[in-house]
Design a protein around this ligand. Structure first.
Ligand code: BMP
Length: 214
């Protein structure tokens, strides 16, 4: 995945035609498109392949399952041309290793600590341990919260050169430039871009905000 802008769109728009239009209009400002269940459930999994013609696609399926099921889901994403998949680190070492093996050349990103208030209770206390385990399992990087930049710093100290992707900017209260300054390689931004009247301008505003910190 390239790192020209440090910005990844969370394309949770459920109108498939609108989602594709938004993806096309912001393609210069983003390094990748993250798709999650809202779009997959409304548009069908073929949308992964369609969007992959515009940009790298990361399938945010937050996979948390036994290794065999993990493999089946990761293979389903990668065969549709996903460049990356997101898994929950708490599913454990065997599941993470299976995800990395099933992904082949695609990237596996593991969630260490979730960005919403509820994420502080169960994920945060184990985030360091999960980051260490993820690194040992060969993941490409981690998801860490823009809502708590000090936690990005902590994950960076464990992640070394692995990537950090950080959601929680804008609608959840986090700042894009603070997340990048704290050590994130990319910010993941959804509603602030796809919900804007002019998504292309909203994306280029964030791109300009983080450029000095990349
Ligand atoms: P928004 O910018 O609209 O808040 O969207 C954030 C996106 O990142 C959503 O797709 C959400 O599922 C995802 N996400 C998150 O917000 N926090 C996490 O800890 C992990 C995520 O994947």
């Amino acid at each position: 995945m390239r790192r020209d802008t440090g910005l990844i769109i969370a394309l949770d728009e459920t109108d498939a035609a609108k989602a594709v239009k938004i993806a096309e209009s912001i393609s210069d400002s983003v390094d990748a498109i993250k798709v999650n269940w809202p779009l997959i459930l409304s548009a069908g999994p073929e949308i992964i392949t369609e969007l992959s013609e515009i940009s790298d696609v990361i399938c945010d399926f937050k996979i948390a399952d036994i290794p065999n099921t993990v493999r089946l889901i990761v293979e389903g994403a990668v065969s549709r041309k996903a460049s990356g998949v997101i898994v929950h680190a708490f599913a454990g070492e065997d599941s993470l290793k299976e995800a990395v093996s099933a992904a082949g050349k695609a990237d596996v990103f593991a969630v260490t600590e979730m960005s919403h208030p509820g994420g502080a209770r169960f994920t945060a206390p184990h985030a360091e341990e999960m980051a260490g385990m993820g690194a040992r399992c060969g993941v490409a990087g981690f998801i860490a919260p823009a809502t708590r930049p000090e936690r990005i710093k902590m994950i960076r100290s464990i992640a070394g050169k692995l990537k950090i992707l950080s959601p929680g900017v804008g609608a959840q209260g986090g700042s894009a430039s603070s997340a990048i300054s704290a050590g994130a390689d990319y910010v993941i931004v959804g509603r602030t871009i796809y919900g804007a009247e002019d998504p292309a301008s909203a994306a280029s505003l964030i791109r300009d905000e983080i450029r000095p910190f990349l």
